[in-house]
Design a binder for this molecule. Structure first.
Ligand SMILES: C[S@@+](CC[C@H](N)C(=O)[O-])C[C@H]1O[C@@H](n2cnc3c(N)ncnc32)[C@H](O)[C@@H]1O
Length: 314
């Protein structure tokens, strides 16, 4: 069977039917969860500290759910409206943006403490149109340059993806390097046809740790052991303090929620901010409210008790 990214553009491939099918498939749920746990391990965030993460190509929130379970605040972006609709229906905790990552992103510098991306990057290797600025190198350059700026120094971005050749890995790593990232590729279970997983580990600055991460070793029969390892980690979280310590406190979260109840309507340029009115989870057009991009985003992302978002009634 062809890989999805060879069949149609993501927003077409993940239409209503496929988005629901994908999300309800228990095997996919398990695989995406395992890869997210591994990405978090490679992200190497300081334990017991809150962190604000970006989930690139968040889809219907399978990866984001793990971020929530592990106590992180997150923002997800995806180009497929149907996937985001499913995420909204499932009431994921993260805030969701409709955005093509190949066009770059407009977050204020240093907004995120880290980023993960599970099963997404291979989509950027396929040109959207024959226009030269839609070529994979152009899209990858826009993506990595703006991502580098959106991450704080030091931090990491971890991508699990499905390259089909070493040339693809080479293309991606060289463009990431030009955008300012350090790091490299980690391959788990390199000798296993079934369990082999490729992770691109990108560093801003030192990446927050001196040691380069190592790939997991073993053959197919050992894969179940790795699953057991993730499960026991999950169990540990459940047994211990369930939520990570919220050093920034309730005010921080409430401020974020307050800003998130407003979103861009379909007429707004660049992107749509899907969000929900907290109690009802209802999505409501607030187009009489215009939030000025990127100022609102900035104050939202840098949060705390800083400046109020620049919301203007029009
Ligand atoms: C296999 S799904 C993974 C979703 C989620 N990370 C998970 O673990 O379930 C791949 C996702 O990448 C998204 N995607 C592909 N190309 C994208 C692009 N250019 N911009 C944003 N999202 C994209 C797709 O819409 C889809 O939701």
């Amino acid at each position: 069977m062809s890989r999805p990214e060879l069949v149609a553009p993501p927003e077409i491939y993940y239409g209503d039917t496929e988005a629901t099918k994908y999300t309800n498939n228990s095997r996919i749920q398990q695989i995406q969860a395992d890869m997210t746990y591994r990405a978090l391990e490679l992200l190497n965030l300081p334990p017991e500290e809150p962190a604000f993460l970006l989930d690139i190509g968040c889809g219907s929130g399978l990866s984001g759910e793990i971020l929530t379970e592990e106590g992180y605040e997150w923002v997800g972006m995806d180009v497929a409206p149907s996937m985001l609709e499913v995420a909204l229906e499932r009431e994921v905790e993260g805030d969701l943006f409709l955005q093509d990552i190949g066009q770059g992103m407009g977050f204020r510098p240093g907004s995120f403490d880290g980023a993960i991306s599970i099963s997404v990057l291979q989509w950027l290797l396929n040109a959207e149109t024959s226009h030269p600025t839609s070529s994979p190198p152009h899209r990858l350059t826009r993506f990595f340059t703006t991502l580098h700026s959106a991450l704080r120094n030091p931090s990491r971005a971890i991508f699990q993806f499905y390259p089909t050749s070493d040339d693809q890995i080479q293309l991606i790593t060289s463009i990431a390097q030009k955008a300012g990232f350090g790091g490299g590729v980690v391959v788990d279970y390199p000798n296993s046809k079934k369990a082999r997983k490729v992770f691109l580990c990108l560093y801003v600055g030192s990446g927050g740790g001196q040691q380069a991460p190592k790939g997991l070793e073993g053959e197919e029969q050992e894969v179940d052991e790795s699953r057991a390892r993730f499960e026991s980690r999950r169990e540990r979280v459940k047994k211990g303090d369930k939520k990570r310590k919220q050093i920034k406190g309730k005010e921080w979260t409430l401020r974020k929620k307050e800003v998130c109840t407003t979103y861009w309507c379909a007429n707004c340029p660049r992107l749509t901010f899907y969000s929900v009115v907290s109690s009802t989870r209802e999505r409501k057009c607030t187009s009489r409210l215009k939030i000025h991009w990127p100022q609102a985003q900035s104050s939202f992302l840098r949060t705390g008790s800083r400046a109020k978002p620049f919301i203007k009634l029009v």
